[in-house]
Write a protein that binds this ligand. Structure first.
Ligand SMILES: [Zn+2]
Length: 390
């Protein structure tokens, strides 16, 4: 489905769309440059290489980069831009790590075919970084300086849970008026994400007792059978009406068919739409007790990303985005999604957060990952407008 396109309604919006349309090729060149510096989350040297290139690009626009050094992960990059006012900054949030191992470019090159620009991380979320650069560059040209302070935070570990960057994201969010997350938009229509589910991960470990399945069957305590019963129980915690899902995604256990298994393990993914459901599901999982008293059941893990809920603050920010899009001749939509991002952390602190402001495309984390080039100008104009208005 091709999104409906209408003419921009105000002269200023027309001018801005034309400005970014004229700069489409340099924006594509920037995206290509970022994609061609591969940056898998688990390769610190590679991510740091990209971090330096990105820091240089923001510095060239007048920003002051600050590197947050990280152990075991790539460094995180903060860039501060002064503005004409002393208002609280708006935080542009994203990540430069990708899920693709080094060498992926050999089989998945960055290339243009018609309206599609494809390559590893092009949608999630290197085009988002290029849109930040384009929007900041535009605002500086139009106003002579940024109309208000802007802070950029790009982290290196979003794709692997953000353990190393979370405290930085949260402390910078607390100092900001609002947070704009340039993660991929939703579907071909490019909808913004005004709700994301919270995410939890648990491990359920069962210990029984090993024995020879032929000689000593009755001396054994079968951990797999116990885990199977636990899985049935855990699965029943799903409550679709509340947007609460529990997925047993990985199971393992046993060693040989002729041994009664002493150990079995399940990895469980939990999603919650509402923060008020977090404590309840956490308690239910932690309260699991063995059906067979000869087994031991141990639970580890917890809820690690709060949900991004559509609070009044989020709705107000979305309404501003809709107004800007309307001026640009475009009916913007919103979506609630199951996947989390670092926007979950900032929204969890009560800071108005708008997510999905990045590229429009498909295939994040997949071989066909791509963005649509023709959407770039209006996305850049939307981000620029939101920096002024948020
Ligand atoms: Zn992402």
């Amino acid at each position: 489905m091709k999104p409906a396109r209408a003419a921009a309604t105000s002269p200023e919006s027309k001018r801005r769309l034309a400005y970014f349309a004229e700069r489409r090729d340099p924006i594509i060149a920037t995206i290509r440059e970022l994609v061609e510096i591969e940056s898998p989350s688990d390769n610190k040297a590679a991510v740091d290489r990209l971090s330096e290139v990105v820091a240089g690009k923001f510095a060239a626009l007048g920003g002051t980069p600050k590197i947050h050094r990280a152990q075991g992960f790539g460094n995180h990059l903060q860039v501060d831009f002064a503005g004409k006012t002393s208002a609280k900054p708006v935080l542009l949030l994203g990540h430069y790590d990708t899920v693709y191992p080094l060498g992926t470019l050999a089989t998945m090159p960055c290339q243009v075919a018609g309206d599609k620009l494809s390559g590893p991380g092009v949608l999630d979320m290197k085009s988002g970084i290029a849109l930040m650069l384009a929007a900041i560059g535009g605002l500086r040209e139009w106003h002579g300086a940024l109309p208000r302070p802007v802070r950029v935070l790009l982290v290196s570990d979003e794709e692997v849970g953000s353990d190393s960057s979370r405290s930085i994201t949260e402390s910078l969010a607390k100092e900001s008026s609002s947070v704009l997350v340039l993660e991929p938009s939703y579907r071909r229509e490019g909808a913004l994400k005004t709700a994301r589910k919270g995410v939890g991960e648990y491990q359920v470990k069962v210990t029984g007792k090993a024995s020879h399945a032929g000689l000593d069957f009755q001396k054994g305590v079968n951990a797999i059978v116990e885990l199977a019963r636990q899985i049935e129980k855990i699965t029943a915690f799903t409550d679709l009406q509340k947007g609460l899902t529990v997925n047993v995604g990985i199971v393992s256990g046993g060693s040989r068919t002729n041994v009664v298994p002493a150990e079995a393990l399940a990895h469980v993914d939990v999603r919650i739409a509402r923060m008020k459901d977090a404590a309840g599901i956490d308690k239910k999982i932690r309260s699991l007790r063995p059906f067979n008293r000869k087994c031991k059941v141990e639970i580890t893990g917890g809820i690690n990303r709060p949900p991004l809920e559509r609070t009044a603050g989020v709705a107000a920010l979305y309404a501003k985005a809709q107004g800007i899009a309307r001026d640009l001749g475009w009916k913007l939509r919103e979506a609630a999604v199951g996947g989390g991002s670092d926007g979950n952390f900032t929204a969890g602190l009560g800071i108005p957060t708008l997510d999905g402001l990045g590229g429009v495309g498909d295939g994040a984390h997949a071989v066909h990952e791509h963005i649509f080039i023709s959407d770039l100008p209006r996305r850049a104009a939307l981000v620029a407008g939101l920096i002024e208005a948020a």
